[in-house]
Structures are given as structure tokens and as C-alpha cells.
Design a binder for this molecule. Structure first.
Ligand SMILES: *[C@@H]1O[C@H](CO)[C@@H](O)[C@H](O)[C@H]1NC(C)=O
Ligand SMILES: *[C@@H]1O[C@H](CO)[C@@H](O)[C@H](O)[C@H]1NC(C)=O
Ligand SMILES: *[C@@H]1O[C@H](CO)[C@@H](O)[C@H](O)[C@H]1NC(C)=O
Ligand SMILES: *[C@@H]1O[C@H](CO)[C@@H](O)[C@H](O)[C@H]1NC(C)=O
Ligand SMILES: *[C@@H]1O[C@H](CO)[C@@H](O)[C@H](O)[C@H]1NC(C)=O
Ligand SMILES: *[C@@H]1O[C@H](CO)[C@@H](O)[C@H](O)[C@H]1NC(C)=O
Ligand SMILES: *[C@@H]1O[C@H](CO)[C@@H](O)[C@H](O)[C@H]1NC(C)=O
Ligand SMILES: *[C@@H]1O[C@H](CO)[C@@H](O)[C@H](O)[C@H]1NC(C)=O
Ligand SMILES: *[C@@H]1O[C@H](CO)[C@@H](O)[C@H](O)[C@H]1NC(C)=O
Ligand SMILES: *[C@@H]1O[C@H](CO)[C@@H](O)[C@H](O)[C@H]1NC(C)=O
Ligand SMILES: [Cu+2]
Length: 801
């Protein structure tokens, strides 16, 4: 029998295999041990944790209440010189209020209040007004206040947070109704060609086959010595009746394009400037018609709707997928919640963290005054802008460079679905935004939950013992569906003091007609190309480490050749090199190649007891492809995207440099209200209040795996900030959710626990199943004329791209 010998060999192999790290310790020290027992450190602190908390101070960042918004709107309507018309009845030739929101308090005033017992900063509203009652329509923003509206309240142009000096911006596209009619008239003039090439009609009737829209933003082009406003439009097929529920229009471009000069408000002066089909440009309809009639005219394949644009389950199932997958539960449900929320003030405490939340029309969820162990580490954390910059052989893809804050992240941050978007036990919050003189409340559009990330925070073992610490993270989530794309935003707090900011994208791609487009993406369906594009999303991260006097330092890991006294040969090795970014002139950065440097915000004047400055490290944590735009000089985006040309940038904090972008830049990107590049004026960054502007994103070249929807799995990007020489030890030691198991060959000798509780009891998982029938959508209240009691249950329709 050879079996025993085999076993012997196996067991000796196993022995060295399980020796693990000790294999490298030639002679691990053997300690004598006390006899076995179970030690449980009792819960020493009184367990009087309450999931309800009162914010230590009122949330000065909180969005306007419905009453505040209504008062501001009423106040503005009383200013006869603004000549406002109620938004509900306003047309393109009226002046109307588009948005009201909070003007965030200046940091100077906010810190005086939060830290130094100063007065509560006066509240001011921002009102964005579209001035249509003029030949040269424009938008302008006003600061209205102080709130509550009283005799002392005034309004003034909100110019100080701009770089252009004025919040005014021209609107070259004020006449949506005329443009729609223009497009239909153009299309009517070639109805026979459209029917022949695309097999459908666009007449403005309910049974139209095509939707007509195109580039964003509009182009300014010099023609015959004059600046003209140009739009390229194309045909998008509506999903067919069977698939109409699916929002798949952006998968149905038809490959026929036309160029229009829409300068001025009199559409009788607009001109058609040409057609494009099959990569051939025809400068007149006659020329196009003549070509179409001539023999040899090449017709391309139809891009038709069908089941392929639907997102329902199709085809074979995954094996075993009829069995319910694992679910997470929170022991004792909501009463077992281990974080505290002040719902009215939107203030949250979890473990060593606390923060305030707010919500805006332009950029959705934002966080303020994030504290860790009682010290502020971030004053403000929030999205600034999201760019989707396309390329293609056709003018519509080539001319598409969305700046999504124009559409807004607030209006599209809809109710989340428990059991899918967030765990069923999540704590949900509502949020409200005020646009078109309606206050709309998204129910349950923010969720907060703890979860097990599926790996430990710490472990170590030897042949005598194991020490294991659980990992639990806390997530704040909202999802905005801006047009075809769904952006999932997460702020993930970790027990070690880290905060990760994550964006994931799903939803429909905006695609291109396939003809002659193969240098710009893959063919992803019969007559479809996945239009390549860059996503760049910018975050403001106003880090404050132990006060506002901070420095941005780069700790480089550099290869060096060193001659040591203990060796005669020079040795190739590496060293840590500390570099200080002293000035805004050097503060436009890329993430280091090969991770060869650490970017830190430190307080150089607040070293730890070993003399190392305490700081926070900033690093990309997921994705990592596409932190700045490939097209550095986009003819669409022009001067509006300075923040997107580098992976990250550092500026000196200023009350006047509040945002990297402006929602209205899209109206005239060549003359933006905020041009980020102008923040850089050689200011000193040494031990001063600095702001880090960080981009996330990806170069997205959709492939068949994006059909019909992009999946979150790969479409994600994140950065993490984490304590660096900030604490004196690894923060996992604070946790009670750890165990030590001492053992020897006789068995377990000691189990040591630290008061952490294991979930116990019986959970009725059936009762925790979400009820999808309770999904409600939004609640909107008309603000002018204002009737507090009239709740219109409707989802407000905003201009959709
Ligand atoms: C295991 O540890 C216990 C307690 O220290 C001790 O009594 C016992 O002899 C040990 N067994 C071996 C095989 O070392
Ligand atoms: C609970 O709190 C009371 C009052 O602060 C204190 O006297 C008591 O020792 C605490 N109990 C525990 C188990 O810590
Ligand atoms: C605006 O004017 C109306 C009519 O005079 C008045 O009732 C209302 O209180 C005014 N609103 C504000 C905010 O002053
Ligand atoms: C006020 O707006 C109306 C359109 O709402 C316009 O007809 C009128 O000319 C404007 N009045 C002034 C003084 O601009
Ligand atoms: C904020 O600071 C700017 C620049 O100093 C100033 O013009 C503005 O009035 C301040 N805003 C408020 C609300 O005090
Ligand atoms: C063109 O449209 C007609 C009417 O909708 C339809 O019956 C026909 O099948 C279509 N042809 C193609 C090639 O799709
Ligand atoms: C959210 O809104 C709903 C409906 O108005 C309300 O019942 C609920 O209490 C609100 N939730 C929070 C956390 O404020
Ligand atoms: C360097 O070389 C010299 C000459 O061979 C020798 O005496 C000395 O010990 C060496 N030094 C070290 C650090 O090895
Ligand atoms: C920058 O700050 C550090 C720490 O306070 C100081 O040592 C250094 O001299 C400063 N550099 C300049 C150029 O001011
Ligand atoms: C569990 O919950 C379901 C749904 O609420 C209920 O029908 C069932 O009776 C419960 N089971 C137990 C054992 O309580
Ligand atoms: Cu994409």
C-alpha cells in the first residue's frame, strides 16, 4: 500500500504550507500560555445609543424650505422691473423664474458660526431667471435675502461667485417651440426621402416615427463675417409600440443629419445649411434630392427598434438562479440602527463620523462639515459637474458634449427602491428642489445604510492564535437619471477614517449610426455604433486637517543609487522624497504613474508625537481610467471645462471661488459664467486654506456588453481620502467586533471577545421583503400662485435631452 506514504508527504507539504508567514521567521518564539477559558469584556459603556439625534447646530447648508422658496418667488414677482410672468403660463417671450435654491453661506461666516460662536450666517436665496421678453434673451441669477423675506430683504445680481464678473449669460436657443416647428418644416420638405431612406415620418403628430434633436451645446460659427448660431439635428426613432415602455431612443439614431442656422428670434430668417447622409454632405435640399434620385445612391441599413432595446430578462437563465440569493439584514430592523439621524436638519452621526447633508437642483446631494473624531476633515464634498464628451464621424456625435448640471442632478434624483437600490433596512431621506416655480419632493431618494463589505478590516494568525476584526462600512447614496444615463453616487465611510467617493454609471448609451463610424467605436448592433465618449465628473473636496492652514504635499517613491558606509558597491534602491506644492502655478496635477507618489493634504504645523505632520491622503480607488478629457480643446466645450483638463487641481479657498462650473455655462460655453482656469493666479498654497478639485470618470468605448444598458460593474470610478500619520495607530483597534482565538493542538485554549455583539434571534426574512407597489415617485407643489395645501401629485417634466 502506498497510501500512507502519500499521506505522509501530503501532510508534511501541508505543514509547510500552513506555516504561512512563520515560514519566513526562522524560529518563531514560543510563549507559554495560561490555561484555557472564555473571556468576554462586558459592554462597559451604557448602551443607551439613540438613532435619533439633534444636530449640534442647525444645518446652515439646508436647502430652502417650500415656504422660503414661495416667499422668494412672491418677493421677486413684486419687483415690477423684473417684469415676471408666472412660470406655469410663461412663454419664450416672457421673463420667468427657472430655479430657486440656497446661496451656500460663505465659508468665512460658516466657520465663525460653527467653531467660534459667531452669529448664524444670514440665509440668502439664489434665483435663476430666464429673461425672454427681449430680442436678446438671457439668463441671470440673483441673490435674494436675507431670509425670511422681510422689509429689509433685497435682491441683487449674483455676480461675486463668477469669474466673468456677471451671472448673465446669453440664451441663443430661447425659442424651443419655433425650433420644433422648424425641424418639422425641414423634414416635411424631404418627407419622401425620409420615408424612402428611413421608412418613417416626422410630422409632429402622435404617430410620428422620429424624434428630432441634436447637438448640445449649440455652436457659434462665423459665416460671411458674422457670428451665427448653428445646430445640427438628426432623426432618432421612437421605440416601437411593443417596446414603448423602454427608454431606448438613444439606441435608435437613423443616420440622416441636417444643419441649421437658427440665429435670432425670427424663424423666418433661419436657414437650412445642408444635409449629411452616408458621410456625404449636401449643401442644399435640391442637391440632396438630386443625389438621392440618381442611380448609384448608396442607401444604408435601417436601425430599427425591437426586443433588443428592452431590459427585461431574455434567453437562458443563469444556473441555480431560481434560488433566492443571500440577503443582508439589520438585526432588530430599524431599532437596531447603529447610526443617528436628525431628519429635519439632515445631520448624521455614524461611529467616529458626523456630517450635514444638503441637496441642490444643479448637483444633487452634497455633504458639509464632515467631522472625524470630533475634528473637521472636510468642509465641503460634492459634485461640481459631469461632462460626457462624444466623438463620431457625424456632426451630432461630434457636437455632443453634455455638461449635465445644466439639466441638473436634483430633478432626476428619483425615489430609490429598497431591496434593489439600497438594502431593505436602509434609512431613507427625502429631498426637495425648486424649479419652474414648483417645489418637488423626491421621496426616499437618499439612503443611508451600514453593510458588510465582505472582507475583514484586520486579521492575523500564527500557529498559536488568530486575531480578527470585522469590517463594516456606512454608505450615503443617491442616484440621478440624467436623460439616458443613471449615475449612482456613493459616499462610503470606513472605520479606519477613510471616505470614498464613488460614481457608477448605468442606463442607455447615446449611440451613433454605424455608417463610416468605425474609427469612433465598435459596431454594437445591426446598424449601430457605440459612440466613444469621455465621462469626466468633478468633485470639490475642501479638506481641512486640524484647521484651515493646510499644505498639499507629494511624497514620492523614487528610485535612487546609494553608496552606504556598509557596502563598497553602490546599491540601487528607493527613497521617500517630500515635495511641497507651494503655488497655484504648479497645482494642476495628474495621478502619478505607477502610483509612484502619495498626494497628501497635511497640516505641516501640527505634527504627531513622532514629528510627522498629520494629514489625509487622496488617491484614486476604483476605475482609474479617464480622469481628464482626451479632447483638451473641445470646440463644443470651449472655456467651460478648465477643471476637466487635469486629473486634479488645487486652489486657495476663496469665498468667490465656490464652484468649478456653472449650470448655465452650457448656454454659451465660449463665454462661461465660471471659467475654472481663472482660479489659477499664482497664489501661495503653503499652510493656507486649500481646496482640491478631483475628477472621476472613464473613457467609455461602448461594446456589445453595453447593450442594451451599460453595467455598473465596470463603469465605476472613485477616489478615497484616508488618514495619513493622522492617528497613532490602526483604527481597527477601536472596534469591539473582534475576536481572538488562542489554540494549540489540544484545541481552543481561549476565546477573547470585546463586547461586540453577534446578531442573534430569529429574523422573519419574508416580512422584510420589499413591496414594489408602494413606489410613489415625486410630489410637486406649485409656488406661484402659492397654495401651501395644494399638493399636485405629478412628476414635473423638465426639458429632456
Ligand atoms: C495546549 O495549551 C494548554 C493550556 O496552556 C496546555 O495545557 C496544553 O498542554 C497545550 N497542549 C499542547 C499540545 O501544547
Ligand atoms: C452607566 O452609567 C452610569 C451613570 O453614568 C454609571 O454609573 C454606570 O457605571 C454605567 N454603567 C456601565 C455598565 O458602564
Ligand atoms: C407681494 O405683493 C403682494 C400683493 O401686494 C403681497 O400680498 C405679498 O405679501 C408680497 N410678497 C412679498 C414677499 O412681499
Ligand atoms: C414685460 O414682459 C411682457 C411679456 O411678458 C412684454 O410684453 C413687455 O413688453 C415687458 N415689459 C417691459 C417693460 O419690458
Ligand atoms: C460672500 O463673500 C463674497 C465675497 O467676499 C461677498 O461678496 C458676498 O456678499 C458674501 N455673501 C454673503 C451671503 O455674505
Ligand atoms: C417600413 O414600414 C412599414 C410600415 O410601418 C412596415 O410595414 C415595413 O415592414 C417597414 N419596412 C422595413 C424594411 O422595415
Ligand atoms: C418623506 O416624505 C414622506 C411623504 O411626504 C413622509 O411621510 C416621510 O415622513 C418623509 N420622510 C422623512 C425622513 O422626512
Ligand atoms: C570595502 O573594501 C575594502 C577593500 O577590499 C575592505 O577593506 C572593506 O572592508 C570593504 N568594506 C565593506 C563595508 O565591505
Ligand atoms: C511652507 O510651510 C512650511 C511649514 O510651515 C515652512 O516650513 C516653509 O518654510 C514654508 N515655505 C514657504 C515657501 O513659505
Ligand atoms: C413572516 O412574515 C410574513 C409576512 O409578513 C408572515 O406572513 C409570516 O407569518 C411571518 N412568519 C412568522 C414565522 O412570523
Ligand atoms: Cu458612457
Amino acid at each position: 500500500m502506498i497510501l500512507p506514504a502519500v499521506l505522509l508527504v501530503l501532510s508534511s507539504l501541508l505543514h509547510s504550507a500552513i506555516a504561512g508567514p512563520h515560514a519566513r521567521l526562522k524560529s518563531p518564539k514560543k510563549w507559554s500560555k495560561k490555561p484555557g477559558l472564555v473571556e468576554i469584556l462586558s459592554a462597559t459603556a451604557n448602551s443607551t445609543f439613540s438613532a435619533v439625534v439633534s444636530a449640534p447646530k442647525p444645518n446652515i447648508f439646508l436647502s430652502l424650505s417650500n415656504d422660503e422658496a414661495a416667499a422668494v418667488i412672491s418677493f421677486l414677482h413684486n419687483q415690477t422691473e423684473l417684469n415676471l410672468t408666472a412660470n406655469a403660463v410663461a412663454g419664450p417671450w416672457d421673463n420667468a423664474i427657472e430655479v430657486v435654491d440656497l446661496v451656500q453661506p460663505n465659508k468665512t461666516d460658516a466657520l465663525a458660526y460653527l467653531d467660534n460662536g459667531g452669529p448664524i450666517p444670514a440665509r440668502y436665496a439664489m434665483a435663476r431667471i430666464a429673461f425672454g421678453a427681449t430680442e436678446k434673451p438671457y439668463l441671470q441669477e440673483f441673490m435674494v435675502g436675507p431670509l425670511p423675506i422681510s422689509k429689509t430683504s433685497t435682491y441683487e445680481s449674483l455676480d461675486w461667485p463668477t469669474t466673468s464678473g456677471s451671472s448673465k449669460i446669453r440664451n441663443y436657443n430661447a425659442d424651443d417651440d419655433l425650433l420644433t416647428q422648424w425641424n418639422l418644416d425641414v423634414t416635411a420638405s424631404v418627407a419622401d426621402i425620409v420615408l424612402d431612406l428611413l421608412n418613417g415620418t416626422a410630422t409632429g403628430s402622435d404617430d410620428d416615427d422620429f424624434d428630432i434633436w441634436g447637438i448640445d451645446p449649440l455652436w457659434m460659427e462665423e459665416i460671411d463675417g458674422a457670428q451665427r448660431v448653428i445646430v445640427w439635428n438628426t432623426y432618432w426613432r421612437f421605440p416601437s409600440e411593443e417596446d414603448a415602455v423602454f427608454d431606448g431612443e438613444t439606441l435608435l439614431p437613423q443616420g440622416l443629419f441636417f444643419k441649421s442656422d437658427i440665429t435670432g428670434r425670427d424663424s423666418s430668417k433661419w436657414r437650412l445649411l445642408g444635409w449629411l447622409y452616408g458621410d456625404i454632405f449636401y449643401s442644399t435640399t435640391e442637391e440632396f434630392r438630386k443625389a438621392w434620385k440618381s442611380p448609384g445612391f448608396v442607401k444604408y441599413e435601417l436601425n430599427l427598434p425591437g426586443e433588443w432595446i428592452g431590459t427585461d430578462q431574455t434567453g437562458d437563465f443563469f444556473p441555480a438562479d431560481n434560488i433566492a440569493p443571500p440577503v443582508a439584514v439589520q438585526p432588530n430592523g430599524l431599532s437596531g440602527q447603529r447610526f443617528a439621524v436628525d431628519e429635519a436638519q439632515k445631520y448624521v452621526e455614524w461611529m467616529d463620523f458626523s456630517f450635514y447633508i444638503t441637496f441642490t437642483r444643479d448637483t444633487g446631494l452634497r455633504l458639509f462639515d464632515i467631522k472625524y473624531r470630533g475634528e473637521r476633515i472636510i468642509y465641503e464634498l460634492g459634485l461640481q459637474e459631469a461632462i460626457a464628451n462624444y466623438a463620431g464621424n457625424d456632426p451630432v456625435q461630434s457636437g455632443t458634449s453634455y455638461m449635465d448640471s445644466f439639466y441638473g442632478f436634483g430633478p432626476y434624483a428619483f425615489e430609490l427602491v429598497p431591496g434593489y437600490d439600497c438594502p431593505t433596512y436602509s434609512h431613507f431621506l427625502n429631498s426637495t428642489f425648486h424649479a419652474a416655480e414648483l417645489s418637488t419632493t423626491h421621496r426616499n431618494n437618499i439612503c443611508l445604510f451600514e453593510s458588510d463589505p465582505g472582507y475583514l478590516m484586520q486579521r492575523h494568525s500564527s500557529s498559536n492564535y488568530l486575531a480578527l476584526t470585522k469590517n463594516i462600512v456606512f454608505t450615503l447614496r443617491s442616484v440621478s437619471t440624467v436623460g439616458n444615463y443613471d449615475y449612482n453616487f456613493d459616499y462610503v465611510f470606513a472605520l479606519d477614517g477613510s471616505i470614498e467617493t464613488v460614481v457608477r454609471a448605468s442606463g442607455y448609451i447615446q449611440s451613433a449610426y454605424y455608417a463610416k463610424n468605425n474609427n469612433y467605436g465598435y459596431r454594437v448592433h445591426d446598424a449601430l455604433s457605440g459612440s466613444m465618449h469621455d465621462h469626466v465628473l468633478n468633485w470639490k473636496v475642501d479638506i481641512d486637517v486640524l484647521g484651515t492652514a493646510n499644505s498639499f504635499v507629494e511624497h514620492k517613491i523614487v528610485p535612487v543609487d546609494v553608496k552606504y558606509p556598509w557596502a563598497n558597491q553602490t546599491r540601487s534602491t528607493m527613497q521617500l522624497q517630500r515635495v511641497r506644492i507651494e503655488n497655484e502655478a504648479n497645482a494642476r496635477l495628474s495621478w502619478p504613474q505607477n502610483g509612484g507618489a502619495m498626494f497628501l493634504v497635511e497640516n505641516s504645523d501640527k505634527p504627531n508625537k513622532y514629528g510627522e505632520p498629520r494629514g489625509y491622503k487622496i488617491a484614486p480607488s476604483r476605475g482609474g481610467a479617464g480622469m481628464y478629457l482626451t479632447i483638451q480643446d473641445s470646440p463644443n466645450l470651449l472655456k467651460s471645462v478648465g477643471f476637466a483638463k487635469h486629473a486634479l487641481s488645487i486652489t486657495k479657498q476663496k469665498d468667490t471661488e465656490v464652484r468649478a462650473a456653472h449650470a448655465n455655462n452650457d448656454y454659451d460655453p465660449g463665454h462661461p459664467i465660471i471659467d475654472f482656469d481663472q482660479f489659477f493666479n499664482d497664489e501661495n498654497l503653503n499652510q493656507t486654506d486649500i481646496v482640491v478639485w478631483i475628477n472621476l470618470g472613464m473613457h467609455h468605448v461602448p461594446h456589445t456588453g453595453d447593450m442594451p444598458n451599460t453595467v455598473f460593474t465596470t463603469a465605476q470610478s472613485a477616489f478615497i481620502i484616508s488618514p495619513h500619520n493622522y492617528l497613532l495607530n490602526d483604527a481597527s483597534r477601536t472596534s469591539r467586533q473582534m475576536v481572538r482565538i488562542d489554540y494549540n493542538s489540544t484545541g481552543v485554549q481561549l476565546v477573547k471577545e470585546f463586547g461586540g455583539k453577534m446578531a442573534s434571534g430569529v429574523v422573519n426574512i419574508t416580512a422584510l421583503q420589499p413591496n414594489f407597489h408602494t413606489y410613489e415617485g415625486d410630489v410637486a407643489t406649485r409656488k406661484f400662485p402659492y397654495d401651501r395645501e395644494s399638493f399636485l401629485v405629478e412628476i414635473v417634466a423638465y426639458s429632456c435631452r
